[in-house]
Design a protein around this ligand. Structure first.
Ligand code: UD1
Length: 370
């Protein structure tokens, strides 16, 4: 029996690990040990995802919580090492690009345990994003790199990764979306029975430090979004980081004067219901760019770059940056029905996790440690 130590820490990780855990449990000869670093915690940001997505209870929770990048990363590393030592570990599998991803990958690599990175090779080419540092470094020390798109493979090869270590498998986040679409909570329920709003709204999420940590940038963006809400009402589940900025900068009145409906962070099935029924997505999240592409919903991304260019070249995503003018211009085009045509990217078919586990099974047999 081979044991894979699977790592999760933050909200998007839970969505990605669910189909991988399912595929591992369906396969003989491989088992998983699940480690939750505790980077995200509490019911809204963590527990509801485990319940709704049927992710097994973590074998170990490191309970690191929030702090600065250095402190959080270091604490995860210190606590992950004994967790790793406490049981079998033929490989460590990490997903995405959060601090938990790089911290655990680094610990495993130093102990000579193979590192498997799911969602490898994505690049925004913006080293000011903490996630970009996490992506580049995690890929550098990974032994097996599973990619979601062809551009990711090109990035890795350009950085000198041996082609043999890269496998294009598709997108596990879309596995979860397809698996759960029928269970999505109707938007009207999440919106407290407000049917007119459920029939006509845009969905907004914001949490990138570059957008919400700088009061000047955030204010201009919120004001432009408030203006949009007067044409198309907006539903806004607010990430804790963003809620803190709104409080600290005194931006509550901008929201109060608008047609923006503020919600606490919503569970996965509620988010899926909102995503499925909204007319438009406004976001700075990586996951939502992909999910809106999979559903064919127009998406305006409030960033200057994306590590997921396939959502722009193939999908329904348009980059608008942080400029209010561009946002309003692109919203005008959307309203005039000048949206782009879109298709679902290759291998975003709901079977990525099965392909990963199929491949991993063979790879582990060949690369078994003595
Ligand atoms: C992290 C990831 C980001 C991912 C996002 C999804 C890194 C570098 N960033 O950003 O890539 O897109 O998660 O949500 O790993 N907080 C809570 N409760 C929680 C979690 C966070 O209140 O359960 C608050 C804390 O005040 C904390 C702040 O949110 O200081 C930021 O949390 P953190 O995990 O450091 O980064 P995110 O902004 O969530």
């Amino acid at each position: 029996m081979k044991t894979i130590v699977c790592v999760v820490g933050a909200r998007p990780n839970f969505i990605k690990i669910a189909p991988i855990m399912r595929a591992i449990s369906a396969r003989r000869g491989i088992s998983a040990r699940l480690v939750h670093t505790g980077q995200h915690y509490g019911s809204d940001m963590s527990d509801s995802f485990f319940e709704e997505l049927g992710i097994p209870k973590p074998d170990i929770n490191l309970e690191v919580g929030s702090s600065s990048h250095a402190f959080q990363t270091a604490e995860i590393m210190q606590k992950f090492e004994p967790a790793l030592d406490s049981g079998p570990a033929d490989a460590v599998l990490v997903v995405g690009d959060v601090n938990s991803t790089i911290a655990c990958a680094l610990v495993a690599a130093k102990k000579g345990i193979p590192v498997i990175h799911v969602e490898a090779g994505l690049r925004s080419f913006d080293r000011k994003m903490p996630e970009e540092i996490n992506r580049v470094l995690t890929d550098r020390i990974s032994d097996l790199l599973y990619t979601t798109s062809e551009d990711a493979e090109e990035n890795l090869i350009r950085e000198g990764v041996d082609r043999e270590h890269i496998v294009f498998v598709g997108n596990v986040m879309i596995d979860t979306l397809m698996y759960n679409l029928d269970r999505a909570v109707p938007a009207v329920e999440t919106l407290g029975g407000d049917q007119p709003l459920a029939d006509n709204f845009a969905l907004l999420t914001l949490h990138r430090p570059s957008n919400v940590d700088d009061p000047a940038v955030f204010k201009l963006m919120l004001e432009a979004i408030a203006e949009i809400s007067r044409s198309l009402p907006i539903v806004f589940p607010v990430h804790p980081r963003t809620a803190k900025s709104i409080r600290d900068f005194g931006f509550g009145p901008i929201l109060e004067r608008s047609a923006i409906r503020v919600l606490e962070p919503v569970s996965y099935l509620r988010m899926l219901g909102l995503l499925r029924q909204c007319k438009l997505v406004l976001t700075d999240s990586g996951g939502l760019q992909e999910e809106s592409t999979a559903l064919g919903t127009p998406c305006l991304t409030l960033r200057n770059n994306t590590e997921r260019p396939v959502t722009v070249t193939d999908g329904s995503n348009t980059l608008v940056g942080a400029s209010p003018e561009t946002l309003l211009t692109e919203f005008g085009k959307f309203q005039a029905g000048l949206g782009k045509s879109a298709r679902i990217p290759p291998l975003w078919d709901g079977k990525a996790a099965e392909r990963i586990v199929d491949h991993l099974d063979g790879w582990l047999s060949k690369n078994a440690r003595p």
